[in-house]
Design a protein around this ligand. Structure first.
Ligand SMILES: C[S@@+](CC[C@H](N)C(=O)[O-])C[C@H]1O[C@@H](n2cnc3c(N)ncnc32)[C@H](O)[C@@H]1O
Length: 208
């Protein structure tokens, strides 16, 4: 409970700062306060020493910094996997800007860079770097096509430790939902509304 409140306060403080001071004319990755709250709630249930986290899809780092706050708190590590080519509404910005440099600036700004390793490559290539049963938390927010989401889930699920959690974004994106329903019909998505915004976080815990 203590850990929950501490990480919650630090993280929400970061998010409001981040959004107020975001000066780039580049669309954000779509993670806002409601998703933050859901992620914090889920990760708090899995906090342990040296938390090993892998995020697929970092963009300019809204979610990366949140995970890095957990890595700093537990002396663990976050692997940020992104080819920085963007997708859907991010494609044009990815061509114009050095997104990786912006992500790294944000990690430095929040003094979490030493807990993060950025892997600039395709998620399938990056998956080869992880041994089976080594990650505590996996966050899926890369490709959003049905085959793309399925590929990420299938490649990374074996990397998760038993007792670990896979969390994903964009539950209401039809192709994302289609992939999750196909692979994990028993996944979870609790309705969580704040004002008119609903959290689009889904998750599944690895039981065995
Ligand atoms: C929606 S954005 C991620 C947003 C981020 N989680 C945030 O909080 O701002 C999706 C990201 O996935 C990356 N991506 C898409 N397909 C990928 C792939 N096959 N391998 C690695 N990264 C990929 C894109 O470059 C983009 O940065």
């Amino acid at each position: 409970m203590k850990e929950y409140i501490r990480n919650f306060d630090i993280s929400m403080g970061f998010l409001s700062y981040y959004l107020k001071n975001y000066k780039y004319r580049i669309p954000l990755g779509g993670i806002g306060e409601v998703d933050y709250e859901r992620i914090i709630n889920l990760v708090d249930g899995h906090v342990k020493d040296k938390l090993q986290i892998c995020e697929i899809g970092s963009w300019t780092g809204t979610s990366s910094v949140l995970f890095a706050i957990y890595a700093r708190a537990t002396k663990g590590k976050v692997f940020c996997v992104d080819n920085f080519k963007g997708n859907s509404n991010l494609l044009a910005s990815a061509k114009k800007h050095d997104i990786k440099a912006i992500l790294e600036k944000h990690l430095k700004k929040f003094k979490v860079e030493e807990y993060v390793e950025v892997l600039k490559m395709d998620s399938s290539e990056a998956s080869l770097k992880f041994k089976s049963n080594t990650l505590d938390v996996l966050f899926i927010d890369g490709e959003h096509s049905c085959p793309g989401v399925k590929k990420d889930i299938e490649l990374y699920w074996p990397k998760l430790k038993v007792g670990g959690i896979m969390i994903g974004h964009d539950y209401f994106h039809s192709t994302v939902k289609e992939a999750i329903l196909e692979i994990f019909p028993n996944h979870k998505h609790e309705r969580y509304l704040k004002g008119k915004t609903e959290s689009s976080i889904w998750y599944i815990e690895k039981r065995r």
